[in-house]
Write a protein that binds this ligand. Structure first.
Ligand code: CMP
Length: 142
């Protein structure tokens, strides 16, 4: 069924000039861009986005990284979009992600891993309303 998911093309991907290459993976797969904006976020916005991770030992480093430069936030739509994006992204740790995935092909890091994708329908709804409050979270008539 049609779903929407929130994707971040993180500051490492922007700095490395990989925005187009990453976006091409999603679009080539058949996912449709519903919203897209380049932004640089502050610590409060990082805390809100990563609410589930703020207590983790790696979070201060993650917050420094995600606020370090511009990123591209987008909403993608398509059949089973949440799982499809996570498959395209690959495992969190770029060193372990399968070749052919975004992280597997272009990342050698557990933190600077190029992309974020919502991990569940609940996360997608929360993250889409956080990043794009004007974009209705949920399915369309696809
Ligand atoms: P993301 O999909 O954005 O969700 C949480 C992020 O935390 C993850 O991608 C990584 O960027 C980061 N992360 C997860 N685990 C670790 C870790 N062990 N060390 C550093 N960063 C991590």
């Amino acid at each position: 069924h049609a779903q929407r998911t929130l994707v971040l093309i993180k500051p490492d991907a922007v700095a490395r000039g990989l925005v187009g290459s990453v976006l091409a993976r999603y679009e080539s797969k058949g996912l449709r861009v519903v919203a897209l904006e380049m932004r640089q976020i502050d610590a409060d916005q990082s805390d809100a986005h990563y609410a589930d991770h703020v207590a983790r030992d790696f979070y201060p480093g993650l917050r420094d990284f995600i606020t370090s430069g511009p990123l591209v936030a987008l909403v993608l739509e398509g059949d089973e979009a949440i799982e499809a994006v996570r498959h395209l992204n690959g495992a969190t740790d770029g060193r372990k992600a399968a070749p052919g995935t975004i992280r597997g092909d272009w990342s050698l890091s557990n933190q600077r891993n190029l992309v974020h994708g919502s991990d569940s329908p609940e996360s997608a709804a929360r993250e889409i309303s956080l990043w794009f409050p004007d974009v209705a979270a949920g399915t369309t008539g696809l």
